[in-house]
Design a binder for this molecule. Structure first.
Ligand SMILES: [Zn+2]
Ligand SMILES: [Zn+2]
Ligand SMILES: [Zn+2]
Ligand SMILES: [Zn+2]
Length: 245
């Protein structure tokens, strides 16, 4: 007997089922909530909601189920440098100690050493509103291995959309996505070249779509359909297949 006709016809719905699992834990220091003029409790609610928005999108886009713990206060070396006396007027103050507490390398290695062992499915994120110096640029978000650093000081107007967009961009890196925005560097003989030349959206020989979040992560709503280009998505699924099972 055939049940697949008439009123007995089974209606199949496409339900996205997680195929892979990852963990993303968010940490913030006093510089973060002081920068936004809010309480640490308010920052926890913000970061948790960013994470939930991103998790839902990752599940749809990539079949990756991300779980999180609550965002947690992290006593960063910059908070410590300022003796915990973090106020809006000293957020941009750089460390004057012999051992530099506001250089990117120092900030990075302190966070690397902090809690959770590194493994293939766990990422940790550090949010701060303190000024962090870098050798080469004023860029304020970074990814190193599975750790990433949200050093953004967005204006209150675009805070949520920028924080989420930039976080997705950095998180994508931890799953194998590559930048394809145009960025000129100078080589040893003084010639300018684009850091992402091969796949650059502007000057690349094999350009990837400019709409992709790996080209531009600011002012982007991550629910847009073209938020991740097909090639970046392929790169990420390839990475996920090899590293997360
Ligand atoms: Zn210091
Ligand atoms: Zn990037
Ligand atoms: Zn370029
Ligand atoms: Zn892309």
């Amino acid at each position: 007997m055939n049940n697949y006709t008439g009123s007995n016809y089974q209606k199949w719905e496409l339900i996205k089922v997680a195929e892979y699992f990852a963990v993303v834990n968010n940490y913030f220091d006093k510089g973060y909530y002081v920068n936004y003029g809010e309480t640490s409790v308010a920052s926890i609610a913000k970061l948790n909601s960013y994470m939930d928005t991103i998790s839902a999108r990752y599940l749809t886009l990539l079949g990756v189920q991300i779980s999180r713990s609550n965002a947690t206060y992290y006593n960063s070396i910059i908070d410590t440098c300022k003796n915990g006396n973090v106020i809006s007027s000293n957020l941009d103050t750089l460390c004057s100690h012999a051992e530099n507490h506001t250089g990117l390398e120092q900030v990075k290695s302190a966070f690397e050493d902090f809690t959770t062992p590194r493994n293939s499915i766990t990422r940790k994120v550090y949010w701060t509103g303190h000024r962090v110096t870098t050798p080469t640029s004023d860029n304020r978000s970074y990814c190193f291995a599975n750790d990433f650093y949200m050093l953004e000081k967005s204006s209150s107007v675009d805070r949520d959309v920028d924080s989420i967009g930039i976080m997705v961009h950095e998180l994508n890196h931890t799953f194998g996505a590559r930048d394809h925005y145009h960025e000129e560097l100078i080589n040893d003989n003084g010639t300018a070249y684009c850091r992402n030349k091969s796949i650059c959206s502007i000057c690349g020989s094999n350009p990837r779509p400019a709409t992709c979040i790996m080209n531009n992560s600011r002012g982007r709503d991550i629910s847009e359909t073209d938020i991740l280009c097909d090639t970046c998505k392929e790169d990420m699924l390839y990475y996920i297949l090899r590293h997360i099972n």
